[in-house]
Structures are given as C-alpha cells and as structure tokens.
Write a protein that binds this ligand. Structure first.
Ligand SMILES: Cc1cc2nc3c(=O)[nH]c(=O)nc-3n(C[C@H](O)[C@H](O)[C@H](O)COP(=O)(O)OP(=O)(O)OC[C@H]3O[C@@H](n4cnc5c(N)ncnc54)[C@H](O)[C@@H]3O)c2cc1C
Length: 288
C-alpha cells in the first residue's frame, strides 16, 4: 500500500462501521460504487464500544476478502489492555488486513475529557505504533494535526509528538480535516525540515451542508479561513445550492493540494460515496 502512496497522487476513503442493517446496506453501496475507481486504500474507523469494535474487524475483513480493495483498519488504545490490543491486531492479521491506522483515541463520551489510560494499556499513539509493528508485518499510519492536537501545548510540541510516532515506525500520516491548504502545507514543510519524508496525506471532508461548516472547526481544531463563512452564507437556507457551492470549494482545496504535490487525498466519506465519486472525477483521478 505504501508503494502506491509513494507513486501518487492517489486517493483513499474512510468509512465507519455500520450500526444496523440499513447502515450496512448504505456502506456496501458506497464500497461497490468506489471499488471500480481504484482508491489506494479504504479504511474503517475504530469506535469506543465492544460491538462497534467487532463491526470494525468484520467490516474491514470483509472489504479485504470480498472486494478488490486494499483495506486498512483503525485501532485505538481506548479501554484496552495491551493483551486485548494484541488480540485485536491478531484478528486483523487473521482477516487478511496488513494496514493499520494506529491512533490513541479519546475518552469515551467526552472527547475533550480527561484521558485515563487502561491500567494495563497504553498511553500514547507512539506506543501503539510500536506494538503493531512488533506484532507482524504491518504498514502503519498515524494521525497528524495541521493546527495542532487540541491537547498539545503548541505547534512545536505537536510536531515532536508526530515525529515520535514516525520514529516509532509509522509509514505515513493522515491529517485531521481542514478548510484551507496553508496549515497543512506548513506542517508538511516542518516535517521535511525535520528530515522526515514519510507521506502526509490531507484528510478531506467534502463540504456538503451548513452543519459540516458549523461543526468542522469544533471537531477538528482547524479554524474557518477568512471569507469562507461569507462565501457560503448566501446558500445557508438552500441545501442543494449549499452542496453545489461546497463541492466547488472542496474541489478548489483539493486542486491546490494536488498542485502542491501531495501524494494522496484521504476522503472522509461518512459512509456516503456520491460526493467522493464526484470529486475524484472532477479531479481527474478517473474518467467521467
Ligand atoms: C486520520 C484520523 C483518523 C482517526 N481515526 C480514529 C478512529 O478510528 N477512532 C477514534 O476513536 N479516533 C480516531 N481519530 C481521532 C484520534 O483518536 C484523536 O484525535 C486523539 O485525540 C489523538 O490521537 P493520536 O493518535 O493523535 O494520539 P497521540 O499521538 O497519542 O496524541 C494525543 C495527545 O497526547 C500528546 N502526547 C503524545 N505523546 C506524548 C508524550 N509522550 N507525552 C505527553 N504528551 C504526549 C499529544 O501531543 C496529543 O495532545 C482519528 C484522527 C485522525 C486525524
């Protein structure tokens, strides 16, 4: 998988494990729609609860075995002992998954609440990277934050944390979502200046609704760039024209990033693929 990113530009997509039969059907429609477009990989997030975690293992395994897609499973350290983490990593290997996104996770219920590690578990993502790497022949990705992780004291500290994950063995990083390219490109430059050349993929959330615009900064820590709210304001009460203007804005963001030589675009699909399909066509990844 890392070879394809190196040969980029490529695109990849992120799903979450479906909660019910309807969600399962929606996810599989999205997977089948994206499959012929040849994404470099397809990832499935890892939730906080036991049943959602089983669904991540099952869904990622099914993508690995029942489709032509390369599957990547996310894994977090939340509420897991190291022995349990080893067991999940073993389940991934048994399901034919050799790509893992190793993230620390947030306290269940309140992402900004106090983080308490499992008494026999891990505290930070770099430990998780080491554990996955020691457990087999895995390609491992990590999370990156163009505007700093909300718990990091400042951007310098945040960069050191990212470098620690890469030194622990991470093969690539995927960024948190953002709305203008500058913060991402600054992070990429700072990584390069630190002598680090692992691929950094921008995480792209297609701007499809006013809710995404409202909640984006809160969820990501990435500020809204000057003029964005004003640009979208005329469409606030008209979901169709909001989506059209948001898709144009997302296309422009992706074009700027590709123009800056990024090796891949990672789309947060929220299990709906139409916007991603439209974007990868607009961007010339596939014929229309
Ligand atoms: C692409 C992407 C995918 C994600 N997928 C998921 C998912 O599937 N499931 C999920 O629950 N969450 C997911 N997340 C969210 C992620 O779990 C949270 O953002 C979490 O708060 C941070 O994870 P991390 O891996 O960056 O943690 P870390 O790198 O461990 O960092 C967490 C905090 O600890 C600090 N820190 C790190 N090391 C040290 C140290 N040695 N000493 C002191 N402080 C330190 C960092 O500065 C940071 O503030 C994802 C995020 C991204 C960007």
């Amino acid at each position: 998988m890392i070879d394809r990113i190196g040969d980029g530009p490529v695109f990849s997509v992120e799903f979450f494990p479906p909660k019910d039969e309807q969600g399962e059907a929606e996810l599989w429609r999205a997977v089948r729609r994206l499959e012929p477009l040849d994404p470099a990989f397809v990832s499935v997030t890892y939730g906080a609860g036991g049943s959602s975690r089983d669904r991540t293992i099952r869904t990622t395994g099914r993508i690995a075995t029942d489709t032509t897609l390369v599957a990547m499973a996310h894994l977090t350290a939340v509420s897991h002992s190291t022995a349990e983490l080893r067991h999940v990593i073993g389940s991934y290997a048994a399901a034919g998954i050799s790509n893992v996104l190793a993230v620390r996770g947030d306290p269940p219920g309140d992402p900004l609440g106090e983080w308490t590690p499992h008494p026999e578990g891990l505290t930070y993502a770099d430990d998780l990277v080491r554990l996955v790497k020691r457990s087999g022949s895995f390609c491992v990705g990590v999370a990156a934050f163009p505007y700093g992780h909300p718990r990091s004291a400042d951007l310098d500290v945040d960069l050191q944390r990212l470098l620690a994950k890469i030194r622990a063995g991470a093969d690539f990083a995927i960024s948190q979502l953002f709305w203008e390219p500058e913060g991402f490109l600054r992070l990429r430059d700072r990584l390069a200046a630190a002598g680090c050349d692992v691929p950094l993929l921008p995480g792209i959330m297609p701007l499809l609704s006013a809710k995404t615009l409202q909640r984006g900064p809160e969820l990501s820590g990435a500020p809204l760039p000057d003029g964005l709210a004003e640009r979208m304001a005329p469409y606030a009460d008209d979901p169709r024209s909001f989506r059209a203007a948001g898709m144009d804005l997302t296309t422009e963001l992706c074009q700027k990033l590709l123009g800056e030589g990024v090796r891949g675009l990672h789309f947060y699909t929220l299990n709906r693929s139409l916007a991603t399909v439209e974007l990868v066509r607009r961007l010339g990844f596939v014929g229309s």
